[in-house]
Design a protein around this ligand. Structure first.
Ligand SMILES: Cc1ncc(COP(=O)(O)O)c(C=O)c1O
Length: 378
């Protein structure tokens, strides 16, 4: 029996190799050249006004926190409201900046619940990190309103949201900054990479200095400009080495070309799952929010006795995933206010296999096995 894996990245190998060859022939694999082309292509695709290619979404999220902290003079220990149901990157970046993550509970979409967020606001709250889990926008409109009313910054962790449309337009302009992931298993695969998108040119320019050690001009511009004294660049502050490189951008350019057709096929797989799980009372499907055309990074369901169900599926060579374990199970987030819905979801959630190499028959096989395993008595 063929194993059905959770994620299998699809690379258009020949096209990627041709794009990489272009970098190698040119002798330029770093920042500039393809990274600039990729940023332009991403902006054209999403209609976002600014975008800077970074080495990962983790790097981008860290940079977002650092830049907002400096710009608004947040103090160490100031509070950032976040979700316990996320990849640890979303929360680690808060700790990197000596800020305090404060968890709020999730809703039926497994995204932050606005009422719970409101209940966590204190005089020290500065921002909310909203994770669009699996490509879902959840109650993002209510979160945006809440942030506006209460003077909080909004950081969109859009790691799963390449191609997600909200009210008909690509996500990314809802908050003060948005960060996408182009990790190999995401909808727009490279090997590692991400995009940080600010709404204005000034912050975009600042982000470029930050990701290149605080240097005010990148090596590509210096090498390819006619001006003399190319070595006289300025270092304005202690920045990071977080920019993306041309090899990753070359792969990203190819993946971007296929993003919409790939996401359409992901939606088709989700529709097959919906159909095959009709009437499966033991399986609760996580809904997609209204006005959200999800990237369908994930197809999530909730079941009782999740761990046993996972083992039973594994025995049939089906390997789903869990997104995510409630982060309070990790020691650095143990002392958080209680989030009972996130805890319950953490014990029950399964991400069913979802990738471009699956066919309708694979979906049927997963659903048959899921129905059987959820009906088994303990
Ligand atoms: C919700 C979320 N945020 C952030 C990240 C970090 O992305 P990257 O691997 O590009 O650093 C991930 C990666 O899995 C993620 O799932």
């Amino acid at each position: 029996m063929k194993p059905v894996q959770l994620f299998v990245p699809t690379f258009r190998t020949e096209e990627c190799l041709a794009a990489i060859r272009e970098c190698l022939d040119k002798g330029w694999t770093g920042l500039g050249f393809k990274t600039a082309q990729f940023e332009e292509a991403w902006k054209a695709h999403t209609a976002l006004p600014h975008a800077h290619f970074v080495s990962s979404a983790t790097a981008g999220l860290h940079l977002a926190l650092r830049m907002l902290k400096e710009r608004y003079q947040w103090q160490d220990g100031d509070e950032i409201i976040s979700t316990p149901l996320t990849f640890v990157s979303s929360n680690h970046v808060v700790l990197y900046e000596r800020l305090q993550p404060v968890f709020a509970d999730v809703d039926d979409y497994l995204c932050l619940d606005p009422a719970s967020v409101a209940s966590r606001i204190t005089p020290r709250t500065r921002a909310v990190i909203f994770v669009g889990l699996g490509g879902n926008t959840g109650q993002l409109d209510a979160i945006i309103s809440l942030c506006r009313e209460r003077g909080l910054k909004l950081i969109l962790d859009a790691a799963h949201m390449s191609g997600t449309r909200f009210h008909g337009r690509h996500v990314g302009l809802e908050g003060d900054v948005s960060v996408f992931s182009f990790h190999a298993v995401k909808n727009l695969p490279t090997a590692d990479g991400g995009m940080i998108c600010f709404p204005d040119a000034e912050q975009d320019a600042a982000a470029r200095r930050w990701t290149w050690l605080g240097i005010d001009k990148d090596t590509f511009s210096r090498t390819h400009s006619d001006s003399s004294y190319k070595w006289h660049y300025q270092v304005e502050h202690v920045g990071f080495k977080y920019h993306g490189n041309s090899i990753m951008a070359a792969i990203g350019m190819v993946s971007l070309k296929y993003l919409e057709t790939d996401n359409a096929y992901r939606c088709q797989l989700a529709a097959w799952y919906d159909e095959a799980l009709q009437g499966a009372d033991e399986v609760t499907r996580v809904p997609t929010a209204p006005d959200c055309e999800s990237s369908r990074h994930l197809y999530q369901v909730l079941v009782d006795r999740r761990d046993q169900v996972m083992v039973a599926l594994n025995q049939e060579q089906i390997y789903p995933g869990v997104h995510y374990r409630d982060n309070t199970v990790y020691p650095m987030y143990a002392n958080q206010p209680s989030c009972p819905r996130a805890r319950r979801a953490s014990d029950r959630v399964i991400s069913l296999p979802l990738h471009l190499q699956m066919e309708q028959g694979d979906v049927a096989r997963v659903c048959d096995a899921l129905r059987r395993s959820t009906r088994q008595r303990p």
